[in-house]
Design a protein around this ligand. Structure first.
Ligand code: SF4
Length: 505
């Protein structure tokens, strides 16, 4: 069985998972790709295609066509897109090969749909291994290799409305990063190849039993069926305390409800355990009371939906800037008032920035608290809008000043409910505090699907009837987001009021 570059990179993350991917695809792919994961793949494809324009006139190789590639390489075809190479043990496809007549060699260009700014060191290391794998397979095929390059999006590039590809992409010579790891990568490739030939799952068992939930891959539950759904791995920040986690696992304690009272935990972790064991919420009343008291009327519950555009679509946008296309707003003018609902959804193919801000201006009360969930997101969108619309800077800065993050109640553990399962997402908090409201059953249940739905509408990918339905689905989903905040806020008011009544009694 040949080792592909993709499986080699999975192996570098986790040998166990690479074996499962190859031998138990029904487990590895048990969960269908999320909309978010599919979007990442599509973004990668889009970026690949645009990057080819940097090297025009190339020949696109059919998927898996190693023989065709060999012929074109032998003929020194100047530019090849997606050439395929195989050896007895390995297989890989490259993004772009360019014949360098002066060097009498092919220069390799690996294209990545990422900017140079994020997690640069870790990503550069990953990319160097990715390129080294390709370089080994090409060398074994007798391809004369010149320089090894990485092409990625330039995070500093701001579009003027027409993409300038030479500035949108950066080309970095990675040869000097690849050379020092070249031999080590070969050894790793051999080990990965040998591992996937094994007929049985290699020992030791899944190492993530000693890691927090966020480190675990999707096959964890299948490999560790003895671990309950809500386990010690869900303890807040347990991933940063590996000794504690190891002590619990080694003592055979896997359920969060089995953690003994004398086991050393942080206060937030202890609150979480007590809430789970007693099956009732834990409430820190004074900070909750003070948080709610600081929310001034009129209260506006506001939620944005956006589309992250890898390739800037409009003037003023940089790679991966979010296009704000929708908001939902529930306003309570005073205590006991009926909420008033406003909504905005832009479905034209033009830039929604100006109409989005105009609609905000028309519907947001001029004063009072603006309640959101996870404020860095909405504030960040407002900041970017202000950069693109300088005339709106004062308004957007004032909006940001008034923003209150309702998620703080949960991330700061003022309320801990067993139903939260240690999470602070509104998708977990809502059903626990307001069981009559739910995202289940909605055609759109999370932000990534909303983004992709909007993109399908504005790019004309939907038939008119489908587009009308998609618009309705977006309005329903975003409307529930702001309504959910309003109802969670009301549930918190009730918690405080009930405590007051109990304490008075
Ligand atoms: S859960 Fe962790 S150790 Fe287990 S297979 Fe996945 S990545 Fe590997």
């Amino acid at each position: 069985m040949k080792l592909s570059k993709t499986n080699y990179l999975v192996y570098r993350d986790c040998a166990h998972n690479a074996w499962v991917k190859v031998h138990k695809p029904e487990i590895y792919h048990a969960e269908p790709l999320s909309v978010f994961e599919r979007a990442i793949i599509e973004i990668g494809n889009d970026v690949d295609v645009r990057a080819r324009e940097l090297f025009p006139g190339g020949v696109l190789i059919r998927r898996g066509d190693a023989a065709g590639t060999a012929e074109l390489v032998a003929a020194r075809t100047p530019v090849l897109y997606q050439p395929v190479f195989e050896t007895e043990r390995y297989t890989t496809a490259c993004d772009i090969l360019v014949w360098n007549g002066a060097g009498r060699a092919y220069d390799l260009y690996e294209v990545k749909a990422s900017t140079s700014g994020e997690d640069r060191k870790a990503k550069d290391d990953l990319y160097a291994h990715d390129i080294a794998f390709q370089a080994h397979v090409l060398s074994e095929n007798g391809v004369p290799l010149g320089r090894l390059h990485l092409v990625r999006l330039n995070g500093d590039y701001v579009s003027n409305g027409t993409l300038d590809l030479t500035r949108l992409f950066t080309r970095e010579d990675f040869t000097d990063r690849v050379t020092p790891i070249f031999e080590a990568v070969r050894a790793e490739m051999d080990a990965a190849h040998d591992l996937i030939q094994l007929a049985a799952l290699p020992a030791p068992p899944c190492a993530c039993i000693y890691k927090g939930r966020s480190s675990q891959c999707t096959t964890f539950a299948h490999i560790n069926p003895e671990v309950p759904d809500y386990s010690i791995h869900d303890l807040t920040r347990i991933g940063t305390s590996p000794k504690k986690l190891r002590a619990l696992v080694d003592a055979g304690i896997l359920s969060i409800t089995d953690i003994p009272a004398d086991f050393e935990l942080t206060l937030p972790q202890r609150h979480q355990v007590e809430a789970a064991q007693r099956r009732r919420p834990f409430v820190e009343l004074p900070p909750l009371q003070s948080f709610l008291d600081d929310i001034a009327f009129p209260v506006a519950f506001l939620d944005y939906e956006t589309y992250p555009c890898a390739l800037p679509r409009f003037a003023g946008y940089a790679p991966f800037n979010h296009v704000p296309f929708q908001f939902s707003l529930h306003v309570l003018m005073h205590a006991g008032a009926e909420p008033v609902h406003h909504e905005f959804l832009y479905t034209e193919a033009h830039c929604p920035d100006a109409p989005f801000v105009a609609a905000l201006k028309a519907t947001l009360p001029p004063e009072g608290a603006i309640v959101v969930w996870n404020k860095p997101f909405e504030k960040g969108i407002n900041t970017k809008l202000a950069e693109r619309l300088p005339a709106e800077q004062a308004f957007l800065a004032a909006v940001n000043e008034r923003i209150v993050d309702l998620m703080d109640v949960f991330s700061e553990q003022m309320v801990v409910h067993p139903g939260f399962r240690g999470k602070t997402s509104i998708k977990w908090v809502l059903p626990a505090l307001v069981p009559r409201l739910s995202y289940k059953g909605l055609a759109i249940q999370e932000g990534a699907t909303a983004s992709e739905t909007w993109n399908a509408i504005v790019t004309g990918a939907l038939e008119p009837e489908e587009a009308r339905e998609a618009v309705q689905n977006l309005l329903t989903y975003c409307g529930l987001d702001s309504l959910a905040m309003l109802e969670i806020w009301r549930a918190l008011q009730t918690i405080v009021a009930d405590r007051d009544i109990r304490e008075a009694g």
